[in-house]
Design a protein around this ligand. Structure first.
Ligand code: SF4
Length: 359
C-alpha cells in the first residue's frame, strides 16, 4: 500500500489518494465490524510466510453458517512502513490504516505514538502543500484513553509522539535531527494539523456509546463515519453537541461520511447467502437529511453498498440505476458496481460529496 489508491472517496481534488498501513491485525468488537472487509480482501496473504500469516483464518459465520475469512486477533507492527510518508512528494490524502484500526487494544501506547509522530513531523516539515491524514476508528474507548494518556506526557503530546517515531523510523530520525538539532526547539501543535479523526458507528447503540467518547478527542476536524449504515441512526444529539466536546473545534463534529455495507456471497449447501447486510435507502436519506440540518457539517455519501433496497415505491423514487422487485423487500435498487459507489445510479438528492471547510 502507500501507492495511489483506487478507493474512490479518497480522491480529493488536487491531492494524490493513498493508503498507509504501518500495522496489521484487528478483531471485531462492534456489531458494525461483523463483516469486516479486511480478512476477505487480505486472505490471499494469509498463507505460511504471507503478510497476513497468523492474522486471518477461515471460520464459520454465526449468522449464515458459511465459511468465511476472519481475524484471529493477532497483530504485526511494521516499523519500516513508518518511513513511507517521507517519500511522498505531492500533497496526498492518506487513509491511515485502511486495513487495521490504530486503536485496536493490542497495539501498545508507544506504537500508536510513533504512527502519530510521523504525522506530527510531517506537519512541521510540510507547511506548504501538507498531506491530509484521515484516521477512522471503531475503537473509541481505547482511542479516548490513548489521547488522555498522551496529553499527560511531560514533554507534550506532539513532541512525545515525534520522539517515539524517531526511535523506530530512520527517515523520521533524520527529519527529527534537522528540525530539533539546534537550540531553537519548535513547539509541536496539538491537535495535529493535517489529521482528521472519524468515529466509525453503524447503529444507534454504537452512536450513543461511542460518539460522546469521540467528541472528547482533540482533532482539527472531527467526523462521524456512519458505515456500514445498519439502521436509522439518530445523529442529532452528536451534531448539535448534546454532550461535551473537546474545544479545539467550535462545533463537535464537522463531517459525516455515510456508506452501506459491501461484500461477497457464499454458498451454504445449495443456498447463496450474502456476507454483508443490505442497506435501506430510507436510512441513507434520513442520515443525509439530518446532516442537512447543520450547515457547519459536510455530508459525504461514499457508497450505498452491495445491496440497497426500498420498502416503498416512494422510497425508490428517482433511482437512476434501475430497480427490480425483490423477494424480501419491495424493490432492489440496481447498482453498476459491487459497492454501489457510482453516484449516477443514485437519485440526485443523494449525490452529496462535501469535504469539510478545513480542507
Ligand atoms: S475495527 Fe475496522 S479493521 Fe477492525 S474489525 Fe472492525 S472494521 Fe475491521
Amino acid at each position: 500500500m502507500g501507492r495511489d489508491s483506487s478507493i474512490s472517496w479518497l480522491h480529493r481534488p488536487g491531492t494524490v489518494p493513498r493508503t498507509w498501513n504501518p500495522q496489521r491485525g484487528c478483531f471485531p468488537t462492534e456489531p458494525s465490524c461483523k463483516f469486516c472487509y479486511v480478512p476477505r480482501s487480505c486472505l490471499r496473504g494469509s498463507g505460511a510466510g504471507g503478510a497476513y500469516d497468523g492474522l486471518i483464518k477461515l471460520g464459520k459465520d454465526s449468522l449464515t453458517g458459511a465459511e468465511r475469512p476472519k481475524w484471529t486477533g493477532e497483530i504485526k507492527t511494521l516499523p519500516a512502513k513508518l518511513d513511507e510518508p517521507f517519500g511522498w512528494r505531492d500533497p496526498s490524502t492518506v487513509f491511515v490504516n485502511s486495513t487495521s484500526d490504530l486503536f485496536y487494544e493490542r497495539f501498545d501506547n508507544d506504537w500508536i505514538a510513533s504512527v502519530m509522530g510521523v504525522i506530527a513531523l510531517q506537519a512541521l516539515q510540510r507547511t506548504v502543500e501538507p498531506h491530509l491524514y484521515i484516521l477512522l476508528s471503531h475503537k473509541l474507548k481505547r482511542a479516548k484513553e490513548w489521547f488522555e494518556w498522551v496529553a499527560g506526557r511531560p514533554e507534550g503530546p506532539g513532541r512525545y509522539c515525534i520522539e517515539r517515531a524517531a526511535e523506530r523510523s530512520k527517515r523520521a530520525r533524520k527529519v527529527y535531527e534537522v528540525i530539533f538539532g539546534s537550540l531553537f526547539q519548535p513547539a509541536v501543535p496539538w491537535p495535529l494539523p493535517g489529521l482528521w479523526f472519524y468515529a466509525s458507528v453503524g447503529t444507534n447503540k454504537e452512536a450513543r456509546e461511542n460518539l460522546p467518547r469521540a467528541a472528547q478527542i482533540p482533532a482539527v476536524v472531527r467526523g462521524i463515519s456512519l458505515e456500514p449504515l445498519l439502521e436509522d441512526v439518530d445523529l442529532r444529539p452528536a451534531l448539535r453537541g448534546d454532550y461535551d466536546w473537546d474545544r479545539s473545534t467550535e462545533t463537535p463534529f464537522q463531517s459525516v461520511f455515510i456508506g452501506g455495507e459491501s461484500g461477497d456471497f457464499a454458498w451454504v449447501d445449495d443456498r447463496k447467502v450474502p456476507l454483508f447486510r443490505s442497506t435501506n435507502i430510507a436510512h441513507l436519506r434520513s442520515a443525509l437529511s439530518q446532516v442537512g440540518e447543520f450547515p457547519h457539517v459536510a455530508g459525504f455519501l461514499k457508497q450505498v453498498g452491495s445491496r440497497c433496497f426500498a420498502e416503498t415505491d416512494e422510497d425508490a423514487r428517482g433511482w437512476a440505476g434501475g430497480v427490480v422487485a425483490g423477494r424480501t423487500h419491495r424493490w432492489i435498487l440496481r447498482t453498476s458496481d459491487k459497492k454501489g459507489e457510482e453516484p449516477l445510479d443514485w437519485p440526485p438528492e443523494l449525490r452529496l460529496r462535501q469535504w469539510p471547510e478545513a480542507a
